[in-house]
Design a protein. Structure first.
Length: 136
């Protein structure tokens, strides 16, 4: 899921939720946030491979060009794996992007997705209820 789209239970007094590892270079904040909330709450619902149409890796942007982001992305991913090795592993995509692949928690359910099309774009829906809500 794109790091620009998330929902949380806001607890500003809880300093355990503050992003410290990724604050320096602005990469992988979504991963650190997911890990911190999982450590604190014992549960996180994370929808991978769902997002919105955007140009996050365009020629310009607040975090830099795609090429400029590769090294900071790698550094942040490796730091997260060093700090939280029990939660995931670093892997590199074919395009050079470095990611963290989370380990599935024991007993965590698997949710099956299906595609629907809205305005010509493929979208994923979780079960029939979401499909009906999306189309109405």
């Amino acid at each position: 899921m794109c790091g620009g789209l998330y929902g949380i239970i806001n607890r500003p007094e809880n300093t355990n939720m503050l992003l410290t590892l990724t604050a320096r270079n602005g990469q992988k904040e979504d991963v650190e946030r997911s890990i911190r909330y999982f450590v604190e709450d014992g549960i996180v619902i994370r929808f991978n491979r769902i997002g919105f149409v955007t140009k996050n890796y365009g020629k310009v942007g607040g975090l830099g060009t795609f090429k400029q982001r590769l090294e900071p992305m790698k550094d942040a991913s490796e730091l997260l794996q060093q700090t939280y090795p029990q939660y995931g592993k670093v892997f590199c995509r074919r395009n050079g992007m470095t990611e963290i692949r989370f380990k599935k928690a024991a007993g965590a359910p698997t949710i099956n997705f299906s595609y629907i099309y809205i305005n010509g774009y493929a979208r994923r829906a979780i079960g029939q209820k979401v499909l009906e809500q999306t189309l109405s």
